[in-house]
Design a protein around this ligand. Structure first.
Ligand code: URA
Length: 214
């Protein structure tokens, strides 16, 4: 077993061992961990599992997952060539939005997962995972734009995208989602340049903005 595979399996076991001490995880089988190629170049990060994800204990296997599979295929990739995970590693009751404290409780596990997989590109699906890397942005304004983001000592290309579930509800969003997916291979092959914008630069910008106001 490769080192990365072993580390991911250990991380999953660690999470399962925290049952009863983490929100939404009453028993080890409540954990919905990430899956895919352990050294993938592309990592997709969604929000949290729903009914099918909780039943099968796998991310993105319901209707939104079927669409995600098609979108992945549309850029010449297979599901087992990428890594797929979520911000929250369990199913919130009635599929409600994750709470801030739930996102915070699972943050160290997602951060570790990112560190182990160490992808070139992170595609965020929906606003909860976009907020992790690009806080304060609006998905309607930045979807499909690749940005360099310095995160925990590493530089990633982050491409925020609409959540596939939103694409299933709205034809216009579906069109945008399909278009945005076509950019993945361009960023992968360095045919498209990400915007040089990091979270650090953003903070400086807002300080300058504040000075202007003062
Ligand atoms: N929606 C998500 O955000 N994640 C899943 O795993 C499934 C649906």
């Amino acid at each position: 077993m490769t080192d990365k595979k072993r580390q991911l399996e250990e991380l999953k076991k660690e999470l399962e061992s925290k049952a009863g001490r983490l929100p939404l995880i009453k028993k080890p089988t409540d954990v919905i961990f990430g899956e895919g190629k352990y050294n993938a170049k592309i990592m997709f990060i969604g929000e949290a599992g729903g009914y099918w994800e909780a039943k099968l204990r796998r991310p993105f296997v319901g209707n939104a997952g079927k669409l995600l599979d098609q979108l992945i295929k549309s850029v010449g990739l297979k599901r087992n060539e990428v890594y797929i995970s979520n911000v929250v590693k369990a199913r919130p009751p009635e599929n409600r939005d994750p709470l801030a404290e739930e996102i915070e409780a699972f943050r160290p596990y997602l951060d570790k997962e990112i560190e182990i997989v160490d992808p070139k590109i992170i595609v965020t699906l929906g606003r909860f995972s976009m907020n992790k890397f690009l806080p304060g942005e609006y998905i309607s304004q930045v979807h499909g734009q690749g940005r360099f983001v310095d995160f925990n000592g590493k530089r990633f290309i982050v491409i925020p995208m609409y959540h596939p579930a939103a694409g299933l509800r709205n034809g216009r969003i579906m069109t945008e989602l399909k278009k945005d997916f076509q950019k993945i291979s361009k960023f992968l092959e360095d045919e498209l340049e990400p915007v040089e914008e990091t979270v650090k630069e953003k903070k400086q910008e807002s300080q300058q903005e504040q000075l202007k106001i003062l």
